[in-house]
Design a protein. Structure first.
Length: 217
């Protein structure tokens, strides 16, 4: 009987997470640093891809497996103790629908910028393109938006990630060689979510499975 009760408790805890779907859209008032229809279309697609990714079973499975020694919450948003993936998913799916004002600017020393709790995010075209130049800009922007959305939810970097280590042996192709910060990867929620988004979307794009699924086709 005790085993049955334990199984039921686990099932009740897991089912809501499996059932969650989140839709994040671009707010009216968003703008690009250049008046370009292609940019507008890319950013619209990026939000669809982002929503698809954050609602996908692949994302939920990857996040569920995470265990962080510290929560990396921004000040005033949560405790500083350990946190696991179920906690992150609970925070993420608290809103079934959300929207962000997106500002696309030319360049910076970061891919994007979002203040804790803000519904406005800035993406920097050249760093995003140069960092993921093997992907269409809409996909690369979606990766960045997934990362930045964690800041909206109250997760902050405890230090600026210093990407000095190759994740896989380098090939000499600047578009696909991947440098990362191992410490941030294991301790920083927003940073790790960005990499999870990249890994899933990059795989789906290479397998030509991304756009029909992301666009609901």
């Amino acid at each position: 009987m005790r085993n049955l009760i334990t199984a039921l408790i686990i099932a009740i805890a897991i089912v809501p997470l499996k059932a969650q779907v989140i839709s994040i859209t671009k707010k009216t008032g968003s703008h690009n640093y250049r008046d370009d229809m292609q940019f507008a279309e890319s950013s619209d697609s990026a939000f669809k891809i982002m929503s698809f990714l954050l609602s996908s079973p692949e994302f939920r499975t990857a996040i569920s497996a995470l265990r962080f020694p510290h929560s990396s919450y921004c000040r005033g948003y949560g405790n500083r103790g350990s946190i696991d993936g179920t906690d992150i998913l609970t925070v993420l799916y608290r809103r079934q629908a959300d929207s962000l004002k997106l500002v696309i600017e030319d360049s910076s020393d970061a891919l994007g910028n979002t203040f804790a709790g803000s519904d406005s995010t800035t993406a920097f075209y050249k760093p995003i393109y140069n960092d993921m130049c093997h992907l269409p800009f809409s996909v690369a922007l979606a990766v960045n938006l997934c990362h930045e959305y964690m800041h909206r939810l109250g997760y902050c970097h405890q230090h600026k990630p210093h990407e000095h280590t190759y994740r896989t042996p380098p090939t000499g192709d600047k578009c696909t060689d991947e440098k990362y910060d191992p410490d941030a990867y294991s301790r920083d929620v927003a940073y790790r979510v960005g990499w999870i988004a990249y890994d899933i979307l990059n795989t789906l794009y290479k397998e030509q499975k991304l756009f029909p699924a992301a666009m609901g086709k």
